[in-house]
Design a protein around this ligand. Sequence first.
Ligand SMILES: NC(=O)c1ccc[n+]([C@@H]2O[C@H](COP(=O)([O-])OP(=O)(O)OC[C@H]3O[C@@H](n4cnc5c(N)ncnc54)[C@H](OP(=O)(O)O)[C@@H]3O)[C@@H](O)[C@H]2O)c1
Length: 250
Amino acid sequence: MLKNKLALITGVSSGIGKCLLLRLLKEGCLVYGVVKNQDRKEVLWAELSSSLTNEELQRVVLFVCDLRNTSEIESLADAMHKENLHPDLLLLNAGVGFYGPHEELSAKHIAELSAVNFTAPLLLTNRFLRDIKNNRGHILFISSVTASKTNNTHGCAYGATKAGISNFAKSLFEEVRKYGVRVTVLAPDMTQTDLYRNASFCAANDADASLTPEEVADYALFALTAREGLNLTELTMQPQLHRLERIKKL
Ligand SMILES: NC(=O)c1ccc[n+]([C@@H]2O[C@H](COP(=O)([O-])OP(=O)(O)OC[C@H]3O[C@@H](n4cnc5c(N)ncnc54)[C@H](OP(=O)(O)O)[C@@H]3O)[C@@H](O)[C@H]2O)c1
């Protein structure tokens, strides 16, 4: 069903985004992955080169684009259009997490949360929506379970960016559904990735207390491969247990 579809995915250097890239390659897609900088590109390319078949590797292109930077996002869209590349699938996955009492977040971190988690997906949707409409394509947003909560203690700003993106996605579906475009919000809870590298907590070391990035990618694929005419608008994924662990700072 997804064979030969052109997918643009943000945040493919690690975690959920890397699993999405690998899953879409297995499905036969041509995958354009966005990475933040040249170093990340080189590390990921070396890893893919040693793990993928030659045929799979020929279907991957990595673009460097720092999503904090509007002009880099514009350049990415211009470069793809100049090459006549018009995505069928837009997977807006990249995100950052900064947590703590709100007064302790720096201005830089608040700006980064807004830019990467909220502004960049809106800009990318803006630049690629005509393509997605022409291709009767699919846009999938990786939001968060925090989007629908109002008790995101020590994560108020993060949760607000995710609430914004979930709200945007659901209204966008209403705007574009008549063009055959599908829009999905996938809202995972604690997932075993590096997202909590800046936090003082992580999921407890218990399989029932967190999701794996592979599981999140599986449900993204479930939405992307639903029959035409059926839109999975919002999927929430939670582990059975809510159990966090404190990370001791050295
Ligand atoms: N892990 C969870 O518990 C969880 C739960 C709910 C939702 N989510 C969401 O899932 C998505 C993926 O996160 P993850 O859990 O897989 O964490 P992750 O491993 O930290 O992945 C985040 C990805 O976003 C990229 N990114 C961050 N800033 C960027 C920038 N300025 N420009 C370009 N790329 C940038 C990162 O690239 P670099 O590594 O190069 O910075 C990385 O590839 C995020 O939207 C996150 O909010 C995660």
